[in-house]
Every structure is written in C-alpha cells, then in structure tokens.
Design a protein around this ligand. Sequence first.
Ligand code: SAM
Length: 234
Amino acid sequence: MNKEELKSYVKELGIELTEEMLQKLNDYADFLLEYNTHTNLTAIKTKEEVYLKHFYDSLTLTKIANLKEGTLLDVGTGAGFPGLVLAIVFPNLEVTLLDSNNKKITFLNECIAKLQIKNAHTVYSRAEDYTKIHRESFDFVTSRAVANLRILLELNIPALKVNGHFLVMKGNLEEELEKSINTMQVLSCKIIQQEEFNLPKNGGARTLLNIKKTKETDQKYPRTYDKIKKKELK
Ligand code: SAM
C-alpha cells in the first residue's frame, strides 16, 4: 500500500489525512526501516508493508471507537503500533505508549522528538506493574500482538475508567474468546461490538472487539504475570 492508497483507504474509515499527517507518517516509516537495519523492531522490511500492516491496520480501530479525543494506553506498543499512528492522526487523543523493552522505548522517544509529536509519551514498564498503580485512568486501552485475550484482559482492564473501552485487535479470535468468558465476568466487562474483516491487498483476516468496563476493578488485579499465566480467573 502506498501513500495515496493509504489516504483513500482510510477515507473509507472516515479519516481525512492532512498533508502534515502524511508527511509525519512518511518520516515515521523511513525512520523505522532505517533503525530496523541495526536494531530489531519489526519483521516488516518494506515501506509498502509498513503502510498496510502497521499504519492502515492501526487505523482500523476507528471501526469500533471514536478516537478523536480522550486518553489511550497502548500496552506492548513495540515500535508504536497502534498507539503512535493514532497519536499522529488524532492530535487531541492523549496517547501513552508502554513497553517493557528498552530498545523499543528508546526508538519511540527518538521518533517522537524527530516528528515533534506533542500528544504521545512513553512508559518503560511491565504492563502488570504499571496498571497495578495507574488504575481507573484511561478512556481506551489497546494492545496488538502482545498476549492472548485472557491475559490481556487482566493486564489492561484495571487501567480503564469505568465505562472505558478495551479495544482488542486480533486475527482469528474464536478460541481465545471462549477462554476469556470467565475473566470478563470477574473483571466486570462486556463485549459491545465485534467487527470482522480482511485487510486490503490480501493483508489477512482481522477481528476487532470493543469491550466495555462496567465496574471499578478489585485492587487484587492484576495479579503477578506468573499467576495470570497459570490460573484463569473464575
Ligand atoms: N504492538 C506492537 C505491534 O503490533 O507491532 C508490538 C508487538 S510485539 C510482538 C509485542 C510487544 O509487547 C513487545 O515489544 C514486548 O516487549 C511487549 N510486551 C510483552 N509483554 C509485555 C508486558 N507484560 N509488559 C509490557 N510490554 C510487554
């Protein structure tokens, strides 16, 4: 997908990319690919793929949420997906980019400074340590390609405000969803929207879920990562 194609595909999502946004995305792609030659950030090696599998894919979250304003936490953001793309396209969205890999945080800090992005900042932390403390704080939490849904629910839901939304990005979700029913009950959240579609240009199947938190989360969650992994909430 090239720049012009991105512009027209996201128009179908209701997004009008300005020249300034397109320039920032272009500089982001160049910096990512150049940095990736010496530091492993992404398996994607071409600009066309960055535009499709990182930029367009990140922006499909607008199918399930209005991200024009509010606060968003991207847990396990890696090289900034989807969080940094959303920050570029939605300047009134306050974005927190969290990752436990210091190389990725260093890249993001350089990228944010280079592109002069004012509405994004980074946090170097394990998710479970951060969301244990920063509770009931965000309108939106998201994570792409970080862990299975059951684990992500316990890591992410504590950080959401009541009535906030956990925006789930997955390929095929059926099995993970079944294994997450009990956890969703214990953490008082419910699915309010599900979207299934294919990325353009045979980019693969995608499922998005909008999960709404309905009650404050008990202080005992999240548990330690070991416990989250070993034992399902019931
Ligand atoms: N979200 C990005 C994307 O879709 O391109 C990165 C995905 S990468 C496969 C997974 C990222 O999650 C890694 O950068 C890793 O360091 C981070 N991660 C995994 N578990 C984490 C945890 N418990 N706390 C913080 N970051 C975590």
